[in-house]
Design a protein around this ligand. Structure first.
Ligand SMILES: [Zn+2]
Length: 345
């Protein structure tokens, strides 16, 4: 009996300490015009909902709450949005998420250009990431998910691979949302996720060669924005289509795509345009796997309008400073990669 009483007293004391600590933490400041601040974060409250709009001036640590509640101030609002560009350019070191988000949407470039080096306790579920939601965190080194899970609808950090933030869709597809830009991912990086989200590698300084695993289905626009890559190799063994969106990679005349093509017909599969389109652009960046010609050259299509028909490739001349245009036999073409979809036979 005595033991039970003691346990009860300890529990009561702990509860009092917890409530006191919580009250000290909350301490919401009213800034006027429906704006409130707490723990380095500014919120705009509109009725029962609140939007994260940025960092408090001078704050280096921000803790984002799932609910703003203060009886004295007369607010009780669920935090459901982190606004576009909310923390863009902010001089903050750490952003931490509190527990208990029920639905949170993060809009584009929410942290872009900020100095955040530690994104802590990202919610494991109930978060919607718009395109480029987490792009542009050039100083990010640490990334963690609170209660991470590999179940459908959940997020996790893969500490054994790349410390990247991955999400599992309701259909079971895995999307890679972000690899911390300031943590080395190695010079040679192999994509294993089904989808690479926009901005996933923005600002990455370590990656030189990208290998695309056989299961990868889509590399979204801006996935490797601003990353100077030497070569992208589509790995052998592909059985599903791959969709590489425009501007997924930074195009440069010295960059190369290597595709698993053994002959012209297979190469055509990778660089052909849609049926009926004129051959106005050229996949000057695409080489068959095993191409050892290190000089500037182009592998052509074998169709009527193609300027080249050789798997070995024709030499070309770059005709503008941006390196996007090339001239072959008096005709100027724009360098692009065009292998939008491809089914292995
Ligand atoms: Zn080649």
């Amino acid at each position: 009996m005595k033991k039970a009483a003691l346990a009860l007293i300890i529990t009561i004391i702990l509860a009092v300490v917890c409530v006191t600590a919580l009250a000290a933490c909350v301490n919401i400041q009213e800034e006027g015009d429906g704006i409130y601040s707490n723990q380095g974060v500014k919120y705009k409250v509109d009725g029962q909902f609140a939007t994260v709009i940025g960092a408090v001036e001078g704050a280096t640590y921000c803790k984002i709450l799932p609910r703003l509640q203060d009886d004295a101030l007369g607010i009780n609002a669920e935090v459901t949005i982190i606004a576009e560009n909310a923390f863009a350019g902010a001089k903050i070191d750490q952003v931490e998420f509190d527990a208990g988000f029920e639905r949170l949407t993060i809009y584009p470039n929410a942290f872009a250009g900020s100095t955040v080096s530690n994104l802590e306790d990202f919610p494991y579920t109930n978060v919607t990431l718009t395109d480029n939601a987490l792009a542009g965190m050039h100083d990010l080194r640490e990334l963690s998910v609170r209660g991470d899970s590999r179940e459908r609808g959940c997020y996790y950090v893969d500490e054994e691979r790349d410390y990247g933030l991955y999400g599992v869709g309701e259909n079971g597809e895995v999307t890679l949302y972000l690899v911390p830009a300031a943590r080395s991912a190695g010079e040679d990086y192999t994509i294993t996720a089904d989808i690479v989200a926009p901005g996933a590698f923005s600002g990455n300084k370590s990656i030189k060669n990208v290998y695309v695993g056989a299961n990868v289905k889509r590399i979204c626009a801006g996935a490797f924005a601003g990353v100077k890559i030497s070569a992208v190799t589509i790995n052998q063994g592909r059985t599903a289509e791959i969709f590489v969106e425009d501007n997924a990679f930074e195009v440069d005349k010295d960059m190369r795509f290597y595709v698993p093509a053994k002959d012209e017909a297979e190469l055509d599969q990778w660089i052909k345009l849609n049926d009926g389109e004129q051959f106005e652009t050229l996949s000057g960046l695409i080489h068959p796997a095993g191409c050892t010609n290190s000089g500037a050259h182009i592998h052509g299509l074998s169709g009527e309008d193609a300027p080249a028909t050789s798997l070995q490739g024709l030499p070309y001349a770059v005709t503008d400073a941006s390196h996007y245009k090339v001239e072959i036999a008096g005709v100027t073409y724009t360098l692009q990669y065009l292998f939008t979809t491809f089914s292995a036979q």
